[in-house]
Write a protein that binds this ligand. Structure first.
Ligand code: UD1
Length: 386
């Protein structure tokens, strides 16, 4: 079974790696890594591949940056050609980036001259002359259609044949949208697989020492969402707030390229550089970044994945967004939504309160890739030899 695993941007790589490694161990599976090239910087791509033990991508589409339509279109055009040449039995897409929806669209409409080997549970969903499409991390919804990722999630989930979900709320969202239940399977959170796979290496590092910091004495910041960093007034307010917080606790803020571009363009870097307690390294690769997460006192972020990792690790997380597609991190975790007006207050609350303990979330256990492999074997018991 030739299985394309699509990856494109930083948050995809930690979702793809555990599954790639698990499939590589199966005699019936031939996993093929397809990198669309949406992220191309060393720090955002190659270094993370290395940390996760991923080989160089088998196929690289090299699409690079662009507007949403340009990027999505370029991936579709490039991947359609690959699909025709390679004719994979299955395509696995992850997360919610532009390449996720682009590859799903291309694979949905391709027509092979033969029937695909992979089957679905429900014959009425038969994929016929095209690869079976599975979406890993399906069903998450922020209910905010101004987020490009929400559009990508909605379209991808509507087109995919198999929807692997990370949490029960995701199953509910899909069912509420009228998606056939037989397509949905709660497999758990694949990112926790990466974290557990590399826990020893993460724990061995002491990256905080490079910044002259002690464990649990600093905050970690990441910001890259267009809603926070594209508007110069909002970005300026956030910069001022971070400077104020850094008066109370040192902050390490590895700056994403989108954010750096805007800080430079709007001449906001001097605000941040003025604070001796605000450190601005380049984006870190996976192991050093997770080492900083393990050792920080709190995280301030607008990332999706970090909300989940901090919940799993029991580290307070202040998410600078009006909503989250990962509500379980609030109801059963350490996450709180905030904005520039209440960030300071919530920051003080976090520092003064002990971290509350929560029951571990079901299937956030490092075994999601195993469950996916078992699912595929069961689904295709006839086609897959013992
Ligand atoms: C993308 C994803 C977002 C994800 C984020 C993680 C979409 C819609 N967005 O946003 O969901 O959370 O990745 O980082 O798919 N750039 C570089 N080097 C790179 C990549 C980008 O310098 O390797 C620059 C580009 O020139 C661009 C900016 O960073 O101006 C933003 O990149 P882009 O890929 O458009 O979106 P992200 O903000 O990274």
């Amino acid at each position: 079974m030739r299985i394309h695993i699509i990856c494109a941007a930083r948050p995809n790589f930690m979702k793809v790696a555990p599954l790639y490694h698990a499939l590589k161990n199966e005699t019936w599976a031939q996993p093929v890594i397809v990198h669309t090239g949406q992220h191309y910087d060393l720090n955002l791509s190659d270094a993370i591949f290395q940390d996760l033990g991923l080989p160089k991508p088998d196929i690289h589409l090299g699409v690079g940056s662009g507007t949403h339509a340009e990027q999505t279109g370029k991936v579709m055009i490039a991947y359609e050609k690959v699909l025709m040449e390679e004719q994979p039995d299955m395509v696995i897409v992850v997360g919610d980036v532009n390449s996720t929806v682009a590859c799903t669209l291309a694979a949905s409409k391709i027509k092979y001259p033969f029937n695909s080997k992979f089957k679905t549970k429900n014959s009425s969903l038969s994929n016929g002359h095209r690869p079976l499409i599975a979406h890993l991390e399906a069903g998450l919804r922020s209910f905010d259609r101004t987020m490009p990722e929400e559009i990508n999630r909605l379209v991808t989930d509507n087109l995919a044949d198999i929807l692997w979900t990370p949490s029960p709320d995701a199953d509910k969202n899909l069912i509420n949208e009228g998606i056939n239940q037989s397509k949905i399977c709660y497999v758990g959170n694949i990112m926790i697989d990466s974290l557990e796979m590399l826990r020893d290496k993460i724990e061995k590092q002491t990256v905080y020492k490079e910044y002259d910091l002690k464990p649990k004495s600093f905050g970690l910041v990441t910001l890259h969402r267009p809603s926070n960093v594209d508007n110069p007034d909002i970005l300026k307010n956030l910069c001022n707030m971070l400077v104020q917080i850094s008066d109370k606790i040192p902050l390490v803020f590895p700056v994403h390229p989108r954010t750096m571009k805007n800080l430079e363009q709007h001449n906001l870097l001097p605000i941040l550089n003025n604070s001796p307690n605000l450190l601005l390294p380049e984006p870190l690769s996976y192991i050093p970044f997770m080492n900083m997460v393990f050792n920080c006192r709190l995280v301030i972020t607008d990332s999706g994945g970090i909300q989940e990792e901090t919940t799993y690790l029991g580290i307070p997380c202040l998410t600078l967004r009006p909503n989250t597609e990962r509500p379980i991190t609030i109801t059963q975790g350490t996450n709180q939504l905030c904005d520039v007006n209440n960030l300071m207050e919530k920051f003080h609350d976090v520092l003064s309160a002990p971290v509350s303990w929560h029951e571990p979330i079901k299937y956030w256990d490092g075994k999601t890739a195993k469950r996916i492999v078992a699912f595929l074997k069961e689904l295709n018991a006839e086609a897959i030899p013992e």
